[in-house]
Structures are given as structure tokens and as C-alpha cells.
Write a protein that binds this ligand. Sequence first.
Ligand SMILES: [Zn+2]
Length: 263
Amino acid sequence: MNHQTDGDFVTDVYPTLSEEERVRVDLAAAYHLIEHFQMSDSIYTHISASVPGDNEYFLINPYGTRFGEVKASQLVMIDVDGKIIDDPCNMGANPAGFTIHSAIHQARTDLKCALHTHTVAGVSVSSLQTGILPINQWALQFYHGVSRHKYEGIALNLEERERLVKDLGPSNKILILDNHGLMTMGKNVGEAFTLMFNLERVCKVQMSVLASGQPVNPIDSSVCDLTYEQYLQFAELSQRDGFHVEWLAYLRLLEKVSPSYKE
Ligand SMILES: [Zn+2]
């Protein structure tokens, strides 16, 4: 996109962008961050975001791009059925990849971004009957609010969307796709990414602890509840001038390691 180049992008330019421009920059940033933190799966899995306004349009990566190649101005705009509205690179979108995302965007209009990954740690935990174990501080962020959806094969069947939405429920933002991978959602791209970053780390620790085969310190359920509530309160305190300070920190990281996201 044509941003002014004077000054610092994150501090000076980002706050002045239109709503749609900011969603585009945020979404492209999330793709680059998922690649940077080694959570991508070749050209598969997707991150989608709602276009601000009355149209039920969504942005997603051009089909066939690696996450680190995604640029804000080249995102594909599609409707809820996956029909292309705007495709600057003429690369199309992956309709199969959008099945899960469209279900969530249609049913939960409070959620503006849906982020899906296949990682070794995430797929491992999704394959465990126990799900996420409450065995350390990081994991207690996910002590409540996590839904699960039983595996039905590669998600091409539109009928699966109803079951998936029912499993997600009216308020949760985390969905473990059994034997498949992870999904996080948020009121904006930053929230969905931050949840995924934390969830991925929890899955890595859990598999590491299980691999040790050693006895695990139990945590009282009352302490699990308390810590979960503390995480919720902390998230509310981390806003500055309408921006989440952690998301701005991630954008500054990209300015150093992968600045092409905002083009
Ligand atoms: Zn998947």
C-alpha cells in the first residue's frame, strides 16, 4: 500500500490508516508473524479477517502464497461463500480452506479474525483426549473458554459448518480441531494472533512435560480459576491509545525482520 515513508511506520503511520487499511496491515502482519515463529504449514491453513462495513466480506491470503510473502495490498477479498470480490494478483483463494473460517465469521459476528494452524505441538495436543492440561501458569490462560470439534475428515463438507459452530459455542475464542490442529479467534487480528502465540507455547510445554514421563505438580482448581481470571483482567489493562501494546510490539518486530507485510 502507498504509505508515507517519513517517520516510524508503527508509531506515526499505522494510527492514521483507515479501518480497512489497518485490518489489511494487521492481517498481513499476522501471516508474517506466524511464519516468523515457525507456525506455518507450507501454503496451507489460513488467517481470515472481516472487512469493516456492512458487506459480509473477508480478507484472506492469495492461494499458493507462503505466509511470509503476503502483502496487505494483495489480500483477496471474498464473500461468505468464498466467491471472489477482489483479487489483485489473480491467484484466487482456497475455498476448501475457507470452509471453517466462513462458518465462524457467519455465526460469530463478534469475532473479526479467525486464525488456524497445523503445528507439531498443536496437532499433538489436538490428538490427546485430555486436551490442554492445567499444569503451568501459561496453560491456565486456557483453563476455561476452550471448545473442541470432533474430526470429520478434511473440512470440505459445508454441513460440517453447523456442527463446528455449535461446538465453538456463543462466547469461546479457542477451538481445538481434534486430530487436526488449532484455531484462535479475536475481536481483532492482534487478539487472535496473541492467543495463538500463547496457545502454541502451551502445547509445546505440555508435550515436553509428557515426554519427560516425570510426575507433574498438581495445581488446585481454585488457583486455576484465579489465574484464569487474572489473565482476563490483564488483557483489559494492556490497551494504550486504542492499541494493544503487545500487538504494537509485534509490528515493531516485523519492521526489523519482515517489513514487506505492509506493502
Ligand atoms: Zn487445517
